[in-house]
Design a protein around this ligand. Structure first.
Ligand code: MF3
Ligand code: CO
Ligand code: CO
Length: 390
């Protein structure tokens, strides 16, 4: 299989990047898709790449080449697969045509020693402690600063989104922007997450790991930025268009942003958290979209995630009362089809829609005030703010 692969490789420009990895010019890690593991049970599920591992690479060539991204012109069903497996296209990658495939994850980036790290940064283990749901004025002031910083980093990262840019390049930029501001990129090492931002493309719902996949004209991509500064987190995300996006996907993204802001407008002291889910779900249903249930908004402050749960659909049991000083995120994931998700990659993070249809998300960190809400990641409610107020 190895020899076939090597000759085909020369004819396919999509293998150029993989070549670099194979030569050991670049280090990284490949992870396999479920489909790949079913077909090639004996291949390693994770392969480390790099100068010091070149002998391992030769024996694990197949999984590496499986991580090549598809070429612009796809083979006919009975021709050999573009991945170099030697199998017919229809028996290899055809079932995944149009789907996001896992790429290669580059080595971990470092955070300079002078930047204060959250407790999980060194171990990757998240140990929760009791944290007041209602924050002191002093913590709130620090959270305003963290929220504004996360919003700025998200805006700048969004400006980088374009066809041909890899999600790994976006990660490097977010990492740099964050440390330039004296902050720690919260996702890095959180429960072992290997990167500084989550990048979720098309049918990827959330927690996508930045890798060697280049964004393609017509994609939609969510960037989820969280920064840790002065001992508190600010968490915000948005979905961006890559080049020319089809009208149905644009509509999905627009309605998802509207859902987020209907949720935000339901933040009223004295009212139950379930009001938020009701507002989001009813707007999504109007457009016959699905509301993903497996991932929810969360309390936030000195910890990235606290015990406050913000459902994005209506459940009467979500009866916790919103109190002035509470801080939590609202981050609905809305899909063009089913609300159900699956873990299709072998990385323990990447969640995709069960039907492969596209999904979008927006997120803000919110503070309950005496008479409503302050959006800490939309300071002054200037851009971004409720779409219908723009
Ligand atoms: N930022 C995500 C959220 O909105 C959490 C990412 S956790 C990570 O809750 F480990 F994937 F970074
Ligand atoms: Co987030
Ligand atoms: Co969040």
């Amino acid at each position: 299989m190895t020899d076939t692969t090597l000759t085909q490789r020369d004819h396919d420009t999509t293998f150029r990047l993989q070549d670099q990895y194979l030569r050991g010019d670049v280090a990284g890690t490949v992870r396999t898709s479920r489909l790949f593991r079913t077909r090639y049970p004996r291949a390693a599920t994770t392969t480390r790449l790099g100068p010091e591992r070149s002998s391992t690479i030769a024996t694990n060539l197949a999984p590496v080449l499986q991580h090549a991204q598809p070429p612009a012109v796809l083979p006919q069903a009975n021709e050999s697969c573009w991945c170099g497996s030697g199998r017919k296209y229809k028996r290899c990658h055809k079932p995944l045509e149009g789907r996001v495939l896992p790429g290669i994850v580059s080595p971990t980036l470092e955070v300079p020693a002078h930047i204060a790290r959250p407790p999980y940064a060194d171990t990757g283990r998240v140990e929760r402690w009791a944290e007041s749901r209602v924050k002191s004025p002093e913590i709130i002031e620090r959270m305003r600063h963290a929220g504004a910083m996360a919003a700025e980093v998200l805006r700048l990262a969004g400006e980088m989104v374009a066809p041909g840019v890899t999600t790994d390049e976006i990660d490097r930029y977010v990492h740099q922007l964050t440390i330039d501001r004296g902050a720690y990129p919260s996702p890095l090492h959180y429960n072992g997450f290997p990167k500084s931002v989550c990048t979720s493309v098309n049918e990827v719902i959330c927690h996508g790991i930045p890798d060697s996949r280049a964004l393609v004209d017509g994609d939609i991509v969510n960037l989820d930025v969280t920064v840790y500064v002065d001992g508190v987190h600010g968490d915000t995300n948005a979905t961006f268009f890559v080049g020319d996006v089809d009208p149905a996907s644009r509509h999905l993204v627009q309605v998802t942003e509207e859902c987020t802001w209907y949720g935000i407008e339901a933040v009223v002291p004295g009212r139950p958290l379930s009001d938020i889910g009701r507002a989001i779900e009813s707007h999504a249903k109007k457009h016959r979209y699905g509301v993903v249930k497996a991932f929810i908004g969360h309390g936030i402050g000195e910890q990235f995630h606290t015990d406050v749960q913000v459902l994005h659909y209506y459940d009467p049991r979500a009866n916790m009362i919103m109190r002035p000083g509470m801080t939590f995120t609202i981050e609905p994931m809305i899909s063009m089809g089913t609300w159900q998700h699956k873990m299709a990659f072998d990385d323990g993070w990447t969640a995709v829609t069960a039907d492969g249809k596209r999904t979008a998300q927006f997120e803000h960190t919110c503070l309950v005030t005496d008479d409503g809400v302050e959006v800490l990641t939309a300071p002054g409610a200037v851009s971004p703010c409720a779409p219908w107020r723009r």
